[in-house]
Structures are given as structure tokens and as C-alpha cells.
Design a protein. Sequence first.
Length: 50
Amino acid sequence: MITDVIVYAACAFTGAFVVAWAVSPALRAWIERPKYQFLENVRRYEGRDE
């Protein structure tokens, strides 16, 4: 019984997050910002400032 509640709650939160991610470009940019910062740091470290 409790495991069903946990699984359904996790699925609901995942679904809500996916919908919010798909609808909001600002949320996508905020979530993906660390990836782009990391890539920029790698480019700078490798000496490819372009």
C-alpha cells in the first residue's frame, strides 16, 4: 500500500516536472545553464576562446 503511494507520487512529480520543462523555456535555460558553463570552461581551458 505505502509503496504504491510512493510510486504514484514519484510518477506524478516526474510528470509535472516534464510538463513544466516542456512548457517553460526559462526553466529549460535555468536547468541547462551548468552544462553550458562547463562547456565554456572547457573551451577556455583548452585555449579555444572563440
